[in-house]
Structures are given as C-alpha cells and as structure tokens.
Design a protein around this ligand. Structure first.
Ligand SMILES: [Zn+2]
Length: 104
C-alpha cells in the first residue's frame, strides 16, 4: 500500500491534504509509469473523491486484473513451484478467468 502521512500527503485526485479524520483509500503500486493511471497507483485518496471519480470502475478493474503480473514469468513460476500458488495470485487468476475479454 502507498505510504500515507496524515496531514501531509495529498489526495491524488483533489490534491487536498489527507487528514486524520478523513476516510481514505490507498493503492499499492500496480501500474507501470507509462500507464495513464500510474500516478494514482501507489497513492492515497479520499474515499469520497474515489467514489466520484469518473475512472473509478476502470481503475478498480485494473487493480483486480493486475496487468503487470505475468503468470509465465520465471519468478512467478519459481514461486509457485516452491511455495504453491498464494491466495493473492489465486484472486488475480480467478478475476482474469471471469473477465477474459479485458485488455489492459
Ligand atoms: Zn480528495
């Protein structure tokens, strides 16, 4: 998850400071710098800003899809071989199976 320093870090959508009393959502870094939503991955935002964001659905979709996870990459294969498939990877696999037409 993104590093959020309350009363210092700014909401990536409205640019206002995230305060202790605010309801906040935060995201891990899950997109590459060339992605149009990159600056929102690894960020925090007011829950209300996120709920009203016009790209909310697309962003959530990407978050579940995790486009940078490549099941054929050697480090993923080795990890699965050694430790079995972890729950977080199962979630991604399941999501992709249920949304086969999505093109990130
Ligand atoms: Zn905001």
């Amino acid at each position: 998850m993104a590093l959020i320093i309350l009363d210092s870090t700014k909401c990536s959508l409205c640019k206002k400071v995230l305060k202790t009393e605010d309801t906040i959502v935060s995201w891990s870094a899950f997109l590459m710098p060339d992605h149009k939503f990159w600056k929102y991955s690894d960020s925090g935002m007011h829950k209300s800003c996120f709920e009203n964001w016009k790209h909310k659905k697309e962003f959530e979709y990407l978050y579940h899809y995790q486009p940078n996870i490549d099941f054929n990459s050697s480090h993923i294969k080795i990890m699965i071989e050694k430790y079995g498939i972890p729950d977080w990877l199962k979630e991604i696999q399941k999501f992709r199976k249920n949304h086969p037409k999505f093109n990130p």
